[in-house]
Write a protein that binds this ligand. Sequence first.
Ligand SMILES: Cc1cc2nc3c(=O)[nH]c(=O)nc-3n(C[C@H](O)[C@H](O)[C@H](O)COP(=O)(O)OP(=O)(O)OC[C@H]3O[C@@H](n4cnc5c(N)ncnc54)[C@H](O)[C@@H]3O)c2cc1C
Length: 551
Amino acid sequence: MAQRPKARCDVVVIGAGYSGLYALHKLRDRMGLDVIGLEAAADVGGTWYWNRYPGARCDIESIHYSYSFDEQLQLDWSWSERYSAQPEILAYLNHVADRFDLRRNYRFGTRVTSMEWDDDAGRWRVDTDDGDEIAARFVVAGTGNVSIPKEPEFAGLESFAGPMYATHAWPHSEPDLTGQRVGIIGTGASGIQAIPKLAERAGHLTVFQRTPNFATPLRNRPSDPEEVAATKANYSAVRAAARNSFLGVPYARAEHSALEVTPEHRRQTYDRGWRTGGFAILVESYTDLLVDEQANDTVAEYTRERIRERVTDPAVAELLCPDDHAFGTKRLPMETGYYETFNRDNVTLVDVKPNPIEAVTPTGLRLTDGTEYELDVLVLATGFDAFTGALTRMGIVGRDGQKLNDVWAAGPVSYLGLMTNGFPNLFTITGPGAAVALYNNPLAIEDHVDLATTVLQHMLDNGHETIEPDAQAQAAWREELNQRAHATLFPRANSWYMGANIPGKPRVVMMYVGAAAEYRATCADVVDDDYRGFDFNRAAPSRTPPCSSRG
Ligand SMILES: Cc1cc2nc3c(=O)[nH]c(=O)nc-3n(C[C@H](O)[C@H](O)[C@H](O)COP(=O)(O)OP(=O)(O)OC[C@H]3O[C@@H](n4cnc5c(N)ncnc54)[C@H](O)[C@@H]3O)c2cc1C
């Protein structure tokens, strides 16, 4: 393969999802920097480019699950549904790319395979799978928290003779499942969205479930023009309210403990949350659902009752009732007709917890007790190597030859989720340790990009060459993450929030557990306190030429 000439730039931005697109726009258009974008996919969209499975849609309302950085953009764009489906979100991100002319700086179909910090030059050397080699003073990794799938753990997977589809990389032309015997493995958020749609299309659908999840109704509907007009008339206040709410959506604030009210009060409150849909039941009901087991039991049991009402066969209903984790401590999936799907004649639920999948065979699946399932099509909805998956697959080598994978061997460490000691000038947007999993992502992403660019502008203004967090600040941040999480029920669940879905992955708190507003206040305080916890110019290289532009 012919080598492309080495390129130089101020900043390499990796990823063209919500993070990368906004970062590229901000760095290039508002700060005047020379930016190269690298994206493994053939086009923009990130999550919404890859996850095209039937039923894929956001479960944060679209008027919130969208960018706020440009007033005219949010006034011009209208969402057709309360929770938009994947094609519409992808169309939106394409619109953003066109509107701000972002594609011209991207190299698509280009995966970063290694990145090494050169201390003498004060630059990252970024290598890609098509032979590019780019020297960049800064790298902004917008590589996503759920962008790398979990490696399937089933023997014989490659032997399956029929088509096999993964929800995270669904084919661009919809497969025809008419009359087919389809099997799906996985009942997390993606599986719960896909299963009702697959059941409508397949001849027969067999759902292989290891762990049932609590799911609440989405209550999607077409957008209400009056609501949209009211939001647009007042969008900046809506965004401010969202940013100051837990989850980054302006849900009403819960006021009472679930244990200080009567069972009737709880019933009415949970009924209201159930009717409202989305995260309302978790966020609006009571203050202690995520911190007190007894309080949580009340909403968990309420949900199990709703499942039992909706599923006709009591034995199937019991299999769908979670009993191994507290409500909301795994990523809460949202459903549309999920439970009724199991009342269909063409759907079978198979519990593979007591009788695990032993192997995929050329004609289907075999369980440990020897039971065989004949399948024409296999669908994998087995989740992601969340938070760290993308970053640990990029061959990142920092100062003094330290590998990120070694530094993170016992679990990721970072300061504010933004930077890691020993890896200068590398910003990880919504990286491990950031406020993201419990925060409406486009707003979390904008906040994090804004934090990174504030830091970067400070460096440019002051002639600093390098930045990285000091080890002490990083250790204190890890302590804060642990303390916050261990004051809640989250660490008890075997969830991807804890790295517990991947065999061998260290089981640590991967995210900031707290309200977005608290996290933002902490970040603002760090900035105001002269970038407390960051080291500038540690062993600053002497030969670094100045940045091409200081916007
Ligand atoms: C099905 C689904 C539904 C979701 N719904 C919601 C929701 O309702 N609300 C919410 O807040 N969040 C939701 N999320 C989370 C979602 O990932 C974020 O909302 C958001 O899209 C993340 O944007 P991002 O740009 O940070 O990452 P991504 O969109 O994941 O983009 C990262 C990009 O980086 C690229 N990349 C990774 N590694 C490399 C490399 N080495 N070289 C080059 N390119 C690379 C990837 O190809 C990808 O395109 C959902 C996720 C999924 C999977």
